[in-house]
Ligand binder design. Structure first.
Ligand code: FES
Length: 146
């Protein structure tokens, strides 16, 4: 994909999805996006994972979605062009906010670790993160909270 086409697609995807992408931060690592809860779903444009590096489209592993109606953010991991995992970022140990680190999640409070699918890998947390089904179409990802 050429740079001009990428920019055009990205802008159209954001506008069409009704996504407030104003909170995108930086071009690498974890990106932060706000969304609104509508009919039990949060909408995230697939283009939120994309960034340009040396005229090439690259993809972040994580996008963290924040919504005013949801107390903790939701981490969405991009496993492939059409494969995503969504985990609620409230640690199951004592409720701190876990953070994406590469391809896993880590709790800054006591060091628990969870894989990209929210399964606990290291305690003290004894339970997996809450996860959500993810649906997709050509442009968007829908996190189903119901
Ligand atoms: S609150 Fe996360 S490890 Fe303790």
């Amino acid at each position: 994909m050429k740079r001009r086409q990428f920019i055009k697609n990205t802008c159209l995807a954001c506008a069409g999805g009704g996504l407030a992408a104003a909170l995108l931060s930086g071009c690498k690592g974890t990106r932060y996006v706000s969304s609104a809860l509508v009919a039990g779903r949060l909408t995230l444009a697939k283009s939120a994972f994309a960034y340009l590096k040396k005229e090439e489209v690259r993809y972040s592993s994580w996008v963290v979605v924040k919504a005013p109606q949801v107390p903790f953010p939701i981490g969405v991991f991009r496993a492939g062009a059409d494969q995503f995992f969504a985990s609620y970022l409230e640690c199951t140990h004592q409720g701190c906010e876990v953070q994406p680190q590469g391809d896993y999640l880590q709790c800054p409070c006591h060091g628990s670790e969870f894989n990209k699918q929210g399964k606990v890998q290291q305690g003290p947390a004894g339970a997996d993160l809450k996860t959500f089904p993810v649906e997709t179409d050509t442009e968007n990802i829908y996190i189903v909270l119901k």
